[in-house]
Design a protein around this ligand. Structure first.
Ligand SMILES: C[S@@+](CC[C@H](N)C(=O)[O-])C[C@H]1O[C@@H](n2cnc3c(N)ncnc32)[C@H](O)[C@@H]1O
Length: 299
């Protein structure tokens, strides 16, 4: 028997080019792992279980902007300069959102959750991963129209301080308002949408009274614990950026944070399927991803 002279993991019939490519890929995944460990240790931000493909895309963009060739070089920049870390967090925080985004979701909320929430003396709501706040203002408007806003508190959280500051300001580009008005109407809005903002130059300033029961706070779904028990949790379009095990961990946190009988709204491509708690929820609207935690004590 002849012993192979190829290093471990190498196949004898690969071309020299494919050996080089494979070795470069291995080096890059090692560098990526070290980079994610390093920023976790240095800054406490844990991206180790974010879905690899979108993470790599964002990292490549940061590296191009920083004019560096390798992840190791970028790691050195980030470790030595918190400003570079802030840039990386911004890049990792995909903040795409909108007022009454997926209008049919809000219609489902109005028709299927509001009648139950109406019976509660006080309603605690968590918008987790709220980005620049459009989801939160949409909720506030819907609850006000349903006569529930005065006995509500909306906890609006994101791990990115920069988007939270924008959310608090409540200023959105005027050019988006036409599309938002259509979404508001499709969501079952009952008034004129322009009642909720004042136009100033190119911007729409959301009515300040919509802010009165909103509490904005920084919270990281990966590293921070549950902080209350809620009757409604929206965690929409956040877990799509996580791998399966991280999604499972965050689903656990959400389940723990939801009162029995409480509602959960997810993003259109997210699901409770294959999570440990799949059977602990009643599906209120499969298409709009609205679920309700079963109340086990109700027999
Ligand atoms: C695409 S936006 C979704 C905004 C809104 N929920 C919606 O559906 O329109 C995703 C948000 O999740 C936030 N995010 C990502 N990872 C997070 C984490 N570990 N903890 C809290 N927020 C996170 C990002 O900063 C970003 O603002």
């Amino acid at each position: 028997m002849t012993e192979s002279t190829n290093p471990p993991g190498r196949s004898a019939n690969r071309s020299p080019q494919s050996h080089r490519d494979a070795s470069q890929t291995e080096t890059e995944s090692l560098e990526l792992r070290l980079f994610l460990e390093a920023i976790y240790e240095r800054y406490g931000y844990d991206f180790r279980d974010y879905a690899r493909s979108s993470l790599k895309r964002r990292l490549t963009k940061c590296m191009t902007d920083a004019k560096v060739e390798t992840i190791s070089e970028f790691q050195a920049r980030v470790l030595h300069s918190p400003e570079n870390m802030e840039q990386f967090i911004l890049a990792m925080s995909i903040d795409v959102t909108g007022l009454f985004r997926d209008p049919n979701f809000y219609a489902a909320l109005r028709n299927k959750a509001v009648p139950v929430l109406r019976s509660l003396p006080f309603i605690r709501i968590w918008s987790a991963g709220c980005s620049t706040g459009e989801e939160v203002y949409s909720l506030a408007i819907l609850l006000e129209e349903e006569g529930l806003y005065d006995h509500c508190r909306i906890y609006a959280t994101d791990f990115n301080e920069v988007v939270l500051q924008k959310a608090k300001a409540g200023v959105f580009p005027m050019r988006n308002m036409k599309a938002y008005t259509a979404s508001y109407q499709q969501a079952g809005g009952t008034r004129s949408f322009s009642e909720y903002y004042t136009a100033k130059y190119d911007n729409a300033l959301m009515r300040t009274s919509l802010q009165k029961n909103i509490l904005w706070a920084q919270h990281n779904l990966v590293t921070d614990a549950s902080f209350n028990e809620f009757h409604l949790i929206l965690c929409r379009n956040v877990m799509i950026y996580f791998n399966q095990s991280l999604s499972a961990q965050v689903h656990e946190l959400i389940y723990e944070s939801l009162a029995p009988g409480g509602f959960l709204g997810l993003g259109s491509s997210e699901s409770i399927k294959f999570t440990r708690h799949e059977s602990d929820y009643e599906v209120m609207d499969a298409k709009e991803k609205l679920f309700r935690r079963k109340d086990q004590s109700a027999g």
